[in-house]
Structures are given as structure tokens and as C-alpha cells.
Design a binder for this molecule. Structure first.
Ligand code: MG
Length: 275
């Protein structure tokens, strides 16, 4: 009898301790824990592993559909007007002369380039473009335009669907420097897009201390992977870097073709651990 009650007691105690352990486990799962302060410092950083003091990244709401601007983007063209742009003709800034129609824009002959009113340093860009439906001209005359970062560094816009030309001047090339790793061009008239990550050059005391680097996706495919530039954009020449402020405007090239543009946005990149 005594033995039976001892067994019953042990059984009750075991159930009770199992419940306690389960409760503790549950408390652990739900207990707030935003990091540690007794962990080693991460090499090449000032933060510790899981650092309790490390700031949380700022919240950004993504676009509803792929390609839509996220909440921290500066929209440069939403298909409605040229309010974010100036015109540039023979080096002079003035009113933008491009035509806005049906949610896109294009240059008429002699319109001049477009230059954004705002300037950018390190940045993420998105741009959509379409070459003219009717093929007019060959090689560099087929739908030529340009996405000219910081007014100096051109990611080529060209109809490169069955259009032989020099490799470092085809669509998505870093003009005059690097061809894209692959040709991801769509047919004339079809909408295409670039997603670009730009690391701006840094100058100190008249000297460049860090060259620019670019990463480019053409229609979602990686065509430049953190590629270093060798100088400024030039035709039939190697043009060295020239000192310029960290932030510079974006330009769209008028090259006497009716290449259309839409949905252009940019995000200023501030780096890690910034508010
Ligand atoms: Mg061009």
C-alpha cells in the first residue's frame, strides 16, 4: 500500500515537473530578446555578434508589383509629367522638351537630353525602356539612348535584338568600357528594364580615392557584377575621371531616336546601420 502511494506520488511529481518545463520553454519562446552584450566583436565591424545595441534597419514597404517603387524611392518619372527634370541642350539647362504620352516619354528630334533636378551618389536605380517598334537605322542608330549616371557614366540603351554593333556599345554595356556579360535584349517595341546598383566615386583633394562600381540587371538577369569603371563615358576614346561632387544628377540621352521611357525611380543608399 505504502509502495503504491509512493509510486503515485512520483508519477504526480513527474507530470508536474513536465508541465513546469513546458511552461518555461513557452516563456523562453515569447520572452523579448533583442540581443546580447557578452558576445565577440564581428571582424571588420564595430558591432558584437547579435549586438543588443545595433540599430534595427529602417522599415521600407516594397512596391505592390515587381518594378514598382518601394516606399523610400524618389520617383523621377511616373508617366505623368516632367516635373523632376530639366532639359539640356549644348551644355545649357532649360525647360525639358521631351514628349509625355500614354504613360511614357520620348525625345523628338532635337529635344536635347533630360537631366534630373535632384542629384545622387550611391544609389539604386530602376528604369523601363522600349526601342522603337519600326526598325530605323543600324548598329548605333537603332534605338540609341542612354541612362547616364551622374551625367558621366553611361549604361547604354540600344535595340540589341539582332543588331550587330561593337560589343562595348550594345544594350546594357558600360559604354566604351565593358559589354554586358550576356545579351538579354527583347524585340523592338517590347518593354525592357534595368535595375542598377551604383557606387559613386570618391574624390579627396583633387584625387580619386575610390573608383565607381556598378551592378546591372537587364530584364532581371545579372549583366555586370560590381564592375569597376575605368573612366568617364567617351566615344572612340578613353576618357579619364574628372573630379566631381559626390552627388550628381541622372541624365537620359537624346540620340535622335524615339526610344520610350517609363517608371524611373531611385533610392539613395546610406549603407548599413543608418536611420
Ligand atoms: Mg547611348
Amino acid at each position: 500500500m505504502l509502495r503504491r502511494s509512493v509510486f503515485a506520488g512520483i508519477a504526480i511529481l513527474s507530470v508536474a515537473s513536465a508541465v513546469l518545463i513546458a511552461q518555461k520553454k513557452d516563456e523562453g519562446r515569447n520572452a523579448p530578446n533583442t540581443g546580447y552584450s557578452d558576445t565577440p566583436v564581428i571582424p571588420k565591424q564595430t558591432w558584437k555578434v547579435h549586438d543588443i545595441a545595433r540599430p534595427a534597419p529602417p522599415m521600407v514597404t516594397p512596391g505592390a508589383k515587381p518594378g514598382d517603387p518601394p516606399s523610400d524611392a524618389i520617383v523621377l518619372f511616373d508617366g505623368k509629367d516632367l516635373s523632376k527634370w530639366q532639359g539640356s541642350s549644348k551644355g545649357k539647362l532649360g525647360d525639358p522638351k521631351w514628349t509625355v504620352k500614354d504613360g511614357y516619354m520620348y525625345a523628338e528630334k532635337g529635344s536635347g537630353d533630360l537631366v534630373s533636378k535632384e542629384s545622387f551618389g550611391d544609389a539604386q536605380y530602376h528604369v523601363e525602356w522600349a526601342s522603337p517598334v519600326v526598325i530605323d537605322g543600324a548598329s548605333q542608330w537603332r534605338g540609341n539612348s542612354g541612362f547616364i549616371i551622374q551625367k558621366r557614366y553611361e549604361i547604354q540603351v540600344l535595340d540589341s535584338w539582332n543588331n550587330p554593333t561593337y560589343a562595348d556599345g550594345q544594350a546594357a554595356s558600360i559604354y566604351g568600357q565593358w559589354p554586358p556579360m550576356v545579351n538579354v535584349s527583347r524585340k523592338p517595341g517590347e518593354w525592357q528594364y534595368y535595375d542598377i546598383a551604383w557606387e559613386a566615386p570618391r574624390f579627396e583633394g583633387g584625387k580619386m580615392v575610390k573608383p565607381p562600381f556598378v551592378t546591372v540587371f537587364h530584364n532581371g538577369v545579372l549583366v555586370h557584377h560590381h564592375q569597376e569603371l575605368i573612366g568617364q563615358m567617351a566615344h572612340r576614346a578613353v576618357r579619364p575621371f574628372e573630379e566631381h561632387p559626390y552627388e550628381q544628377p541622372l541624365a537620359l540621352q537624346d540620340h535622335d531616336t524615339r526610344t520610350r521611357f517609363r517608371n524611373i525611380w531611385v533610392r539613395k543608399l546610406k549603407g548599413y546601420d543608418t536611420k
